[in-house]
Design a protein around this ligand. Structure first.
Ligand SMILES: C[S@@+](CC[C@H](N)C(=O)[O-])C[C@H]1O[C@@H](n2cnc3c(N)ncnc32)[C@H](O)[C@@H]1O
Ligand code: SF4
Ligand code: SF4
Length: 295
């Protein structure tokens, strides 16, 4: 118990934190890992909510190595430049890199390009290239080069598709029992992020003398969670809600200590009901052509 209490006092450090800024998108990918095309309410998360979430998050978490803005298609968020301004002016010391993911379908606005340029030392843009669908990917890359913004194009089509293609998490129907669900999350990329690294506890988090290190946690709206798909599909009413599988950052009836405890608890659980509704998301899973579109 004493050891547990001591651990509770440690600083929490996160490796990768995808933060979804919108559920709007200019594509409708059938296998989208955040379930974006299946959401009924495809809105941007309001800027003020995003700011409140980040304020609260950085009271719980001391440092994030890679804060990755995603969605949906993040560059469609009308106030993305303002949100980046906010992150850079208030929290630049609290993360190493700010990544922006984009599908290369549309060009970033002039305003966004200027903001990216202003903070180019800490910002990195990852352009996912879905072949013909990503019609602006080259032009975006050239423009980012002109603005001096670091970026990469990740090939997601043809024989050399990154990782051999996408995984198929399934159609949200109930398929598995508890044991299968435990196996699903044990092998899930959200837990491992690495092909060679199996064995739940060590890969997912670790204590050191100074810190409690969480390799991967997502922020979806007001929630921190191990699985963006699970939270976005609870919220869409597609699978039953499970309040134990996320931390509600904007629940002001809870203290920061309570939220910290809840976040650490997320990583001691080996069962999430949502995994009964998912084929799994294992790095070793069968691969499919990325970004196939729904009719
Ligand atoms: C949900 S997308 C959001 C960002 C942006 N709309 C995009 O597609 O690049 C985040 C990342 O998840 C990847 N992704 C989406 N569905 C996937 C799947 N079923 N398997 C593997 N990766 C997937 C995308 O390629 C992208 O890099
Ligand atoms: S994976 Fe496809 S549908 Fe999902 S957010 Fe990215 S572009 Fe949109
Ligand atoms: S539902 Fe479970 S297995 Fe599927 S992606 Fe989420 S955490 Fe992984």
């Amino acid at each position: 118990m004493e050891q547990f209490m001591n651990n509770m006092k440690k600083d929490i450090v996160v490796g990768i934190n995808p933060l979804l800024v919108t559920f709007r998108c200019n594509l409708r990918c059938k296998l989208c890992s955040t379930g974006t095309p299946y959401k009924k309410n495809k809105a941007d998360f309001p800027l003020e909510q995003l700011k409140s979430v980040v304020h609260r998050q950085f009271r719980i978490v001391k440092f994030i190595r890679k804060l990755s803005l995603g969605g949906g298609e993040p560059i469609l968020h009308k106030q993305l430049p303002e949100f980046i301004e906010f992150l850079m002016s208030e929290y630049v010391e609290r993360f190493e890199t700010l990544e922006i993911l984009s599908n290369g379908v549309e060009m970033p606005s002039e305003k966004l390009l200027n903001t990216l340029q202003k903070y180019k030392d800490a910002i990195y843009v990852m352009l996912d290239d879905y072949g013909e669908l990503s019609r602006c990917v080259r032009q975006t890359s050239d423009t980012l080069s002109n603005y001096g913004v670091k970026h990469d194009i990740r090939c997601y089509y043809g024989e050399n598709a990154y990782c051999g293609g996408w995984l198929d998490q399934g159609d949200f129907t109930h398929k598995f029992d508890r044991d299968c669900a435990i196996n699903n999350i044990r092998l899930c990329i959200s837990a491992s992020l690495s092909k060679n690294n199996h064995g739940v506890d060590k890969r997912l988090w670790r204590f050191s003398d100074e810190e409690f290190f969480i390799k991967y946690v997502c922020t979806v709206g007001d929630k921190m969670t191990r699985c963006a798909r699970a939270v976005s599909t609870y919220e869409a009413g597609m699978i039953p809600n499970d309040p134990d599988s996320f931390v509600n950052l904007l629940d002001y009836s809870k203290s920061i200590e309570q939220l910290r405890e809840e976040l650490m608890d997320l990583f001691s659980k080996d069962y999430y009901p949502a995994c009964e509704y998912c084929n799994g998301y294992s790095a070793d899973g069968e691969r499919f052509p990325p970004a196939e579109q729904l009719c």
